[in-house]
Each structure stands twice: as structure tokens, then as C-alpha cells.
Design a protein around this ligand. Sequence first.
Ligand SMILES: [Zn+2]
Length: 191
Amino acid sequence: MIEYSLGTLPFRDGVVFLFPNHLCCNCGKTTDLTTIHQDTRRTRYMLGGGTEITFKLPLPFCKDCAPTATRRPKSLLNWLLIFIAAFAASALALIIIGDMVLNSPLIARYLLPFSVMLAAVPCAAMVLLMRPKGKQTSYFQPVRIPRLKQEFVSGAVTAIGFGFSNLAYAKAFALVNREAIAKKLVTLEGI
Ligand SMILES: [Zn+2]
């Protein structure tokens, strides 16, 4: 994995952006804000490895939303691994209970559907717990980088696209960065 940080990775001329700091980038609150360098990663998987680029984005957070700055969004692969772990733990627990406690062949016969059902419980609980609170727009990092164009050899960034969970913050961003956005060097993306 190769890691870059904002500042070390070269940006081509015109690929400049500023983050508005007058409202919380998650809930939109305008008081008690602090700038947190949100560790934002973009991973590219390739045959035999991949690259990971880390951007430290200086973003305004209120006290309640500060923890969301460090919560990386979960990918489909993350969720799949969580489910597999829950499934394996459920199957093991059912084998032990069925064999040693109940001494019943029924559990062994229906091990697969029982394990899937049992594994769904902690996964559903996680989904419920990971909902944004109050006026928050995301439980996870509210600013992401869904698009990144780089030069093949140098890795220099030729265009970058940001996604925002908070619409008001996205609009404020669009306003201060209108020049780079007009040139399509900086774009707004959905997340
Ligand atoms: Zn907030």
C-alpha cells in the first residue's frame, strides 16, 4: 500500500479547493466548531495489491459530530466480512449447543439457515446503531472523495470529486470553489 497525504501528493495547476468553516460539515450547526483533519482514504485494489491514498481534509465539526470525523464509511466488502464473522460464530455456537446441550440432530440438519438467521441479528443491530443522531446527516465521515483522477506515471492529481452528506455544506463548498468547479477540476459527487 502506498500512502500519500494532502500536501505530499502533487496537484496539477488549478486543482485547488477550500473547505468552508462556518458550519458543521455533518449537522450544519454554526457554533462551537473546531477544525478536524479528517483522515479520508481512497483505496484502489489491483492485482496483487493496491494503493491507498490518505487525504487529511481540514473540516469544521461541532462537538457532537466530532466522533464522526474518524468513522470510516463501511464498504460492501467490510459488511460482507462482518456477516461472515457473525455467521461463523453463530454456526459454532449452534454446533456446541445442539451437540452438547440439547443433544438434538435438528440443529445440525438446519445449521445453515439457523446460522444465517442468528448472524442477521447482530448485523441488523449494527445497522440500527449506525444511524445518524439528531440533525446529523451521517454516522460516518460526512465528506468523501468518490472521484480522483491522477496522472499515470507521476500520480499527480488532475481532478478531484468530493461527496457531502450535508446539502447545505455542499452548497457552501460549491460557492467558495466555483472557479475550480467551473473548470471541472473539482467536482461535486454523490455519496
Ligand atoms: Zn455537527
